[in-house]
Design a protein around this ligand. Structure first.
Ligand code: PLP
Length: 449
């Protein structure tokens, strides 16, 4: 009876008392949010509509994903049509036409050689897929010892075990046990003295040479891959020093180490070309994407692989499954339909080029905020922007205050990561939206702290 009573007591304690209690929100201070929920109920173009009836300018493309702007009928109609025609079909030992078509269309935009596509459902799954394929590739080539993975401090590669193991954000790792073994981290590639650089810092390419030290320490014969974000996103929005990624490319190539770029946020036009790899002129062996692939409308990710990697798996007997990996929803028909419609929009509206055209206006507007004394640094590239604030005693407090003030008082959505305000607007924006966003930020910087 006591047991039952305990159960009843337990139930009473944990039962929802408000309509917001049941949903355990990801990466959110749940109790703080639920005390004053920021709820958006619809969206169109550059704006969200909030539950309390305001229009809020989207300065973040949702979460770096709604690159073509909100409410795109072309996508919703394609999704509706597809779900009626073929809601689901497996891609394990079966197939349907759409992911084949989407893959062919996508590789027209990727840098040379990245012609093979493995579909996932998120950036986190793309990260773990890329790491597994990297290790399996070396094994397929007979290099069984090449299993070590190298990530980087401040790196973010989603939240699955592989991604947090190579990731370099302490908060995302430290509650979750011992993680993957055989992982090392390069130093974060940003140098003090680079503050207020417009575009990529000139100084710091040599920081890539730390990889040579790791090779000396562990032996190249033990290292499978190096994974980095071309632009660090969640870790605070840091641009790579000029030449840094090229140097990583040279070293990895010399030592038969695969180079993985996580382009989950930099992909699909964010930096003014299809991918940061295109614009920065460095081609990785594996490139991870998600988010902008479907304009955020339906979950989907894609890992792009060099032909030579795919070919290495295609050597054995034809009846043998070459890679024991995949997801029920890899290449899901509805997600693929969303992806195709999204690509139509990007291509027809030249949105990647549009981002490039707007870059200098974006840059100059952003850097005007330097006049606020609390601003410690401003960083930008493509349509990415970051304003780092001098921290108060409590790290992250000022960032949160600006974000919250922008949302409630200035009708603008920005993101905060620690005391850095991150921005990544939809690529459809006009100069007037940039003015509106900067004006909102300026007022928050004056009034919120
Ligand atoms: N990789 C990078 C660089 C990201 O910024 C993110 C998400 O922000 C991810 C991976 C994880 O993507 P998802 O949240 O879709 O799993």
């Amino acid at each position: 009876a006591k047991h039952v009573q305990n159960n009843i007591q337990m139930t009473e304690v944990t039962m929802s008392t408000s309509k917001h209690d049941a949903f355990w929100m990801p990466f959110t201070a749940n109790r703080q949010f639920k005390a004053e929920p920021r709820l958006m109920v619809s969206a169109e173009g550059m704006y969200y509509q909030t539950e309390d009836g305001r229009n809020v300018l989207d300065g973040t493309a949702g979460l770096w994903c709604v690159n073509a702007g909100h409410g795109r009928k072309r996508i919703s109609e394609a999704v509706a049509k597809q779900i009626q025609q073929l809601d689901f079909a497996p891609t394990f030992q079966m197939g349907h036409p759409l992911p084949f078509e989407l893959a062919e269309r996508l590789v027209k935009h990727t840098p040379d050689g990245l012609n093979r596509v493995f579909f996932t459902n998120s950036g986190s799954e793309s990260a773990d897929t890329s790491l597994k394929i990297a290790i399996a590739y070396h094994k397929a080539k007979g290099n069984h010892g090449k299993t070590r993975l190298i990530g980087r401090e401040k790196g973010y590669h989603g939240t699955n075990f592989g991604g947090i193991s190579v990731g370099g954000l302490g908060n995302n790792r430290k509650s979750f046990g011992s993680l993957l073994t055989g992982v090392d981290h390069l130093k974060h590639a940003w140098k003090p003295g680079s503050e207020f650089t417009k575009g990529l810092p000139e100084d710091g390419a040599e920081m890539a040479d730390e990889l040579l030290d790791m090779i000396a320490l562990h032996g190249a014969e033990t290292i499978a891959a190096v994974i980095v974000e071309p632009i660090v996103g969640s870790g605070g929005v840091f641009m790579p020093p000029q030449g840094y990624l090229k140097r990583l490319r040279q070293i990895t190539e010399q030592h038969d180490i695969l180079l993985i770029f996580d382009e989950v946020i930099t992909g699909f036009g964010r930096v003014g070309e299809a991918f940061a790899s295109n614009r920065m002129g460095v081609t990785p062996d594996i490139m991870n994407t998600a988010k902008g692939l479907t304009n955020g409308a339906i979950p989907m990710g894609a890992v792009f692989l060099q032909d030579f990697i795919y070919d290495a798996f295609m050597q054995g007997p034809e009846e043998i499954i070459e890679l024991f990996h995949g997801y029920t929803y890899s290449g899901h028909p509805v997600a693929a339909a969303a992806g195709l419609a999204t690509l139509d929009i990007y291509e027809e509206e030249n949105l990647f080029q549009k981002a490039l055209q707007l870059e200098s206006y974006w840059q100059e507007s952003l850097h005007k905020l330097r006049e606020h004394g609390v601003v410690k640094d401003i960083r930008n590239y493509g349509l990415v922007g970051a304003i780092e604030l001098h921290s108060s005693e409590k790290f992250g407090e000022r960032g949160y205050k600006i974000f919250n003030h922008c949302y409630w008082k200035q009708n603008a959505l920005v993101r905060c990561t620690g005391d850095t305000i991150a921005m990544s607007p939809p690529l459809i924006l006009e100069e007037s939206h940039i003015d509106e966003l900067m004006n909102a930020l300026s007022k928050s910087l004056s009034n919120a702290l």
